[in-house]
Design a protein around this ligand. Structure first.
Ligand code: ZN
Length: 197
């Protein structure tokens, strides 16, 4: 009997390893850079562009935070909007059940959030830094800008990235074409969490 169990587990293990091997691109989907953010919408703040970006498809926003006395400013920006939305948030909004505050918005305090209808509404959290300019220079001062509702562009290298296509280069590509850095994130309907790697 034990031998049968052993064979069963050995089969499962090899099947999992095979799956991981065959789906190597899935393993590489997320960057190893650090991003950490916890936000609880039960405290409100639904005026932030983050809210429609999480609750609808094909709506992307930039977001960053600035420390202020007693908390943070949550700064969000969407394509076609003249002004950034700034919401004052306390540290309580960024924590849950007394968990320690962890706040790191990618390479340089700037992320892109939204869902793609081309990927069944999958939630994407990308770094706002141009990954190719970062690779080439190690500098973190090449923030992307909206080129259209679904594309962002780097002013420095002129690469354009498709937000609906998992962040791949869709125009202006050169020889090295890294796609946007992606971070692991979940959204429960009230609670948004980014935790990477
Ligand atoms: Zn660039």
């Amino acid at each position: 009997m034990r031998k049968k169990f052993f064979l069963f587990y050995a089969f499962c293990a090899s099947a999992i390893l095979c799956f991981m091997g065959c789906k190597g691109e899935v393993v590489d989907e997320y960057t190893t850079h650090v991003a950490s953010f916890r936000f609880d919408f039960q405290y409100g703040h639904t005026q932030s562009y983050l809210y429609p970006a999480l609750n609808s498809t094909n709506y992307f926003c930039f977001f960053s935070t600035n420390p202020i006395q007693g908390g943070y400013d949550l700064v969000t920006e969407a394509y076609g909007t003249k002004e950034k939305n700034v919401e004052h948030i306390t540290e309580a909004v960024l924590t849950k059940s007394g968990r320690a505050l962890g706040l790191a918005l990618g390479l340089n305090n700037g992320l892109i959030v939204g869902r793609s209808s081309l990927q069944d509404g999958e939630l994407y959290v990308f770094d706002r830094q141009c990954p190719n300019c970062f690779n080439e220079t190690s500098q973190k001062n090449y923030p992307l800008k909206f080129q259209s509702s679904f594309n962002v562009i780097c002013d420095h290298c002129k690469r354009e990235y498709g937000l609906l296509n998992g962040g791949v280069v869709v125009a202006g590509g050169k020889e090295a074409n890294e796609k946007l850095l992606r971070y692991r994130a979940t959204y429960s309907g009230t609670y948004f969490q980014i935790s990477n790697p």
